[in-house]
Design a protein around this ligand. Structure first.
Ligand SMILES: Nc1ncnc2c1ncn2[C@@H]1O[C@H](COP(=O)(O)OP(=O)(O)OP(=O)(O)O)[C@@H](O)[C@H]1O
Ligand SMILES: [Mg+2]
Length: 257
């Protein structure tokens, strides 16, 4: 079993889009058993997969005392996509920073307890944790539990100037979990422009592992309306093709440095 966190504290870089399509490709193309953890109070993953927070959610789990992951496992629900289960998010996930998790740092281990127990039970092949655009209690719990992290990034001028910020994020992540591996930076929403291509080249010279990019495609917005992953609603779209290539490489280990 492998647990990967999809994180970037910057918003709107395709974290949720990446989790949705990874989960669908792993389940449908490879027949893998996938658990998605929605670590964001916006609840985009929970909504997409048709989960109801009333049937269990991460906020409750992070507030619960440690019990070898049993409460977390009981909070998992099936989704409308075969092969994919979810631990949903809830609105009040945001409030957690102000309350329980801060008072008791031990609670940051709760997701990790869950992954250890799930590995024992051999219930899933992959756990994908979608992080919020913040470094909060849920993101910390995700990074403590993860074996590796994928960092989606949008190649615009802001992100480029934020390169130092990105490096700082990686070192902060490693402070939280020293054995965490950066599987790779994933450039998303790529399109042909000299500035984007310069930015990509600069990223590739940074010393961090970088995956081949995911192209921009209008079908991604359609996907959110249709509530169907790209492999169902638009498998031949540029992004649909690129996500499959990305997942193949990610399964094989990670990105090239
Ligand atoms: N390859 C792509 N081509 C075109 N649009 C894309 C692509 N990937 C993502 N988008 C669009 O970009 C927007 C942001 O994507 P998404 O919600 O996945 O980002 P996020 O990092 O999860 O955002 P947040 O930080 O708010 O959680 C969405 O409108 C999505 O449809
Ligand atoms: Mg998101």
């Amino acid at each position: 079993m492998r647990t990967s966190a999809i994180c970037n504290q910057k918003g709107g870089v395709a974290k949720s889009t990446t989790v949705i399509n990874m989960a669908a490709i792993l389940a449908r193309d490879y027949g893998k058993r996938v658990l998605v953890v929605d670590g964001d109070s916006q609840g985009n993953l929970s909504e997409f997969f048709g989960a109801d927070p009333k049937n269990g959610n991460l906020a409750e789990v992070l507030r619960h005392g440690r019990d070898e992951g049993l409460f977390a496992i009981a909070s998992i629900q099936p989704t409308n996509f075969a092969g994919v289960d979810i631990l949903a998010s809830a609105d009040d996930l945001m409030d957690l920073d102000l309350t329980a998790a801060k008072e008791d740092p031990d609670k940051g281990e709760i997701l990790r307890d869950m992954t250890i127990k799930l590995a024992e039970l051999d219930q899933y092949d992959y756990i994908l944790v979608g992080c919020p655009p913040a470094f909060n209690a849920a993101a910390t719990a995700a990074l403590v539990a993860a074996d590796d992290v994928i960092i989606p990034i949008k190649l615009d001028a802001f992100s480029l100037r934020g390169m130092a910020n990105l490096m700082r994020q990686v070192s902060n992540m490693r402070r939280i979990n020293p054995t965490l591996r950066v599987s790779g930076i994933l450039p998303t929403m790529w399109y042909k422009s000299s500035q984007i291509m310069d930015a990509e080249q600069q990223l590739r010279g940074s010393g961090l592992p970088v995956y081949p990019h995911i192209r921009r495609s209008d079908k991604v917005d359609d996907m959110t309306f249709d509530q169907q992953p790209l492999l169902e609603c638009s498998p031949r779209s540029a992004a649909g093709v690129d996500y499959r290539r990305f997942v193949r490489q990610w399964m094989g280990g990670g990105a090239d440095v």
